[in-house]
Each structure stands twice: as C-alpha cells, then as structure tokens.
Design a protein around this ligand. Structure first.
Ligand code: NAD
Ligand code: UDP
Ligand code: UDP
Length: 322
C-alpha cells in the first residue's frame, strides 16, 4: 500500500470536539502531529477535548463551517455535522447547510492551500438499501423528501462536491463512508441505539426496542474507525474512495440489547416502541475495498468494544450526567 511520508503536519479536524472527532484529534497528536480543532459545539463539547487542551500542538477554534474559514494547515478531516437522527432532525435546514455549505467552504480552503481533504460521509448515502451488504458502487435507495433526507441528501451532495472539486480542480480528496460507530464519548442523549440501550440498562429502565427489533446494524468500535480514517488520508492521491469503513459483524437490535444486558449485568425489560420513519431495515458494510486498498479491517468485536463503552457511561450515570 503506497503511503506518504510521515513528517509532522498540522491537520484541521472540523467537528473535532465531537465523538469521533475527539478520538481522531487524540490519535493525530499521539502520532506527533499538530491539530487545529474547529467546532461550533452544536453536538460536541469541550469535555471531549478537555484532556488535550494543554497539549503544545493542539489548538481549538470555535467556528461554524457554514461560514468561510481562512487558516493554514497541511490537510483537512471534515467531520463537522450532527450525526444522530435526533440531533440532525432538530434543525434540518441547518443540517443540510452544514453538509453542503460546510463542504464548499472546506473544499475552497483545501483548494487554496492545495492540501488533501477527507470527508466523513456515511452509510446513510445508501438509504434503506436494496442490496446487502452494501458495496461502494451501490447508488442507494434514499427518500429525498423524508425526515432523514436533510442528513442523507446533504451527505450525498457533499460527496458530489468532493468529486467535482477533484475533477474540476484536481483536488486530492478522500471520501470515507462510515457505518454505525460506537465507543466512549458518544453523546448520552443523542438517541442512538448503543448509548440509549447502555444508559437504560445501567439505570434499570426499560430497553426501548423500536419496531420488532429485528432490523440490523453493524457496529464499529471508534478506535478501529479512526485507524481507518487516518490510513485513508495517508494513501496517495489516486485513492479517492468512496471507501466503506465499518465492522461487517451484523446484529439485530434484539441481539444488541442482549449483549448490553450481559455486559452491564442489568435485568431491564425490553419494550417495543413504534419504528421511526424511513428506518433502514438492515445495514452491513462490504469492506472489500478498505481491505484491499488500505489493508484495513476492524479488530474489535462488539463484546469487547462494549466493555470500555459501558465503563464510560457507568461513570456518567454515577456522576448524574446521563
Ligand atoms: P458528533 O455529533 O459527536 O460530532 C459532530 C461534531 O460536529 C460536533 O462536535 C458538533 O458540534 C460539530 N458541528 C456540527 N455542526 C457544525 C458546524 N456547522 N460547524 C462546526 N462544527 C459543527 O458526531 P460523530 O458521531 O462524532 O460524527 C462525526 C462525523 O462522522 C459526522 O460528519 C457524521 O456524519 C459522520 N458519521 C458518524 C457515524 C457514527 O456512527 N457516529 C456514522 C456515519 C458518519
Ligand atoms: N473558502 C474558505 N477558505 C479559503 C478559501 C475559500 O472558506 O481559504 C470558501 C470561500 O468562502 C468560497 C468557498 O470556500 O466561497 C469555495 O471556494 P472556491 O475557491 O472553490 O470558490 P469561489 O471562491 O470561487 O466561490
Ligand atoms: N433503535 C432502537 N431503540 C433505540 C434507538 C434506536 O431500537 O432506543 C433502533 C433504530 O430504530 C435503528 C437502529 O436502532 O433501527 C439504529 O439506530 P441509530 O439511531 O443508532 O442509528 P441509525 O438508524 O442512524 O443507523
């Protein structure tokens, strides 16, 4: 696998105070790089990066990526965007603006600096997929006017912009299609299934299964995902993606609930709630591209990744923060 030289660089991480972004900032600093973290704290928090604030090569800027940004960096990881359905549906117009205007501004910045830029895209570009598992050449099955469209179509348009900047301006782009990711620093109230189930189990509350709980997802531990993002960024210019990054281990929500009950030692009951609109029935990444182009495969099984994740939420619950 061809990779670039590893001298110290300064990376811009937009959305760097979020769940995935904070882990990415941490890994880049550990590798000896400098990081400029840009975030408007819509869904992220200073707590996620508090442990990095004293690092001599870490800088934070409060900024909304829907507005232009003039800084000097060696490369851009564009993660800024609310990611959970509850968060991105709260202000759907702003969600689309963040994906689209945010992409235009970060692409304009990358173009002026002539530096590589990575887009945190999503498996949601496949919508409610008719092909299973989903390979990168599947065009998707998205409702353009549904309640998830602000996110799905925003991310699809961002991918379009990335590829047009690449074709029109020869910009070096990397598009990662991230599948469901979990781990410490997930937002406790963002309504995502892993955080909901763990917090409910720890508090002895009923586990909320939406629908019959037979819909499936594939869950990737955040450390694996971040390694994949960095590996993709470090490829040479021919590798643009899109590349799926996720763990192919597929579980129904009922199976996830059992795994969470086991890890937490809880005896919470399962209660069925209505299935949200346009909720994809099944999802599993085909990671053949990531395996062959990046030599990347996730290594953390769900049962192992749940241990530190439950530990994180147990601490929040004990401190009354979840
Ligand atoms: P998150 O909500 O924890 O992080 C997003 C960060 O972006 C937050 O810190 C938020 O404050 C910031 N942000 C939002 N709008 C902004 C704006 N206009 N300007 C500046 N900052 C802004 O979510 P996450 O799970 O860490 O997701 C990070 C990225 O990965 C997102 O782009 C998301 O779409 C993508 N992704 C995540 C998953 C997942 O399972 N977590 C799956 C697919 C794709
Ligand atoms: N931009 C930015 N920082 C830069 C350069 C550009 O935020 O360093 C923004 C700028 O607001 C512009 C957008 O990126 O609207 C797209 O830039 P591009 O050069 O592609 O287009 P143009 O400036 O011609 O609209
Ligand atoms: N889900 C659930 N109970 C919850 C939260 C979510 O059964 O308390 C289901 C949800 O309907 C979906 C799956 O879990 O089928 C994953 O939901 P999440 O919001 O985490 O991610 P996404 O739908 O974006 O993949």
């Amino acid at each position: 696998m061809p990779t670039r030289n590893h001298y110290r660089k300064t990376w811009l991480v937009t959305g760097g105070a979020g769940f995935i972004g904070s882990h990415l900032c941490e890994r880049l600093l550990e590798a000896g790089h400098g990081v400029l973290c840009v975030d408007n704290y819509l869904t992220g928090s200073r707590d996620n990066i508090a442990h990095l604030l004293d690092h001599p090569h870490f800088e934070v800027m409060r900024h909304d990526v829907t507005f232009p940004l003039f800084v000097e960096v060696d490369g851009i990881y564009n993660l800024a965007c609310p990611a959970s359905p509850i968060h991105y549906q709260r202000d759907p117009v702003q969600t689309t603006k963040t994906s689209v205007h945010g992409a235009i501004n970060m692409l304009g910045l990358a173009k002026r600096l002539n530096v590589p830029i990575l887009q945190a895209s999503t498996s949601e570009v496949y919508g409610d997929p008719e092909v299973h598992p989903q390979p990168e050449d599947y065009w998707g099955h998205v409702n353009p006017i549904g309640t998830r469209a602000c996110y799905d179509e925003g991310k699809r348009c961002a991918e379009t912009l990335f590829f047009d900047y690449h074709r029109e301006h020869n910009l070096e782009i990397k598009v990662a299609r991230i599948f469901n990711t979990y781990g410490p620093r997930m937002h406790p109230n963002d309504g995502r299934v892993v955080s909901n189930f763990i917090v409910q189990a720890l508090k002895g509350e009923a586990i909320t299964l939406y629908g019959d709980g037979e819909q499936s997802r594939s869950f990737c531990y955040v450390d694996d995902l971040v390694k994949g993002l960095i590996r993709l960024m470090n490829t040479t210019a021919e590798t643009t993606g899109p590349i799926n990054l996720g763990n192919p281990g597929e579980f129904t929500m009922r199976e996830l609930a059992s795994a969470v009950l086991k890890e937490t030692g809880s005896s919470s009951a399962l209660v069925e709630h209505p299935l949200p609109a346009d909720d994809p029935r099944q999802r599993q990444p085909d990671i053949g591209e990531a395996a062959s182009r990046l030599d990347w495969r996730p290594s953390v099984a769900l049962s192992d990744g749940l241990v530190p994740t439950v530990g994180y939420f147990r601490d929040l619950v004990e401190r009354g923060l979840a």
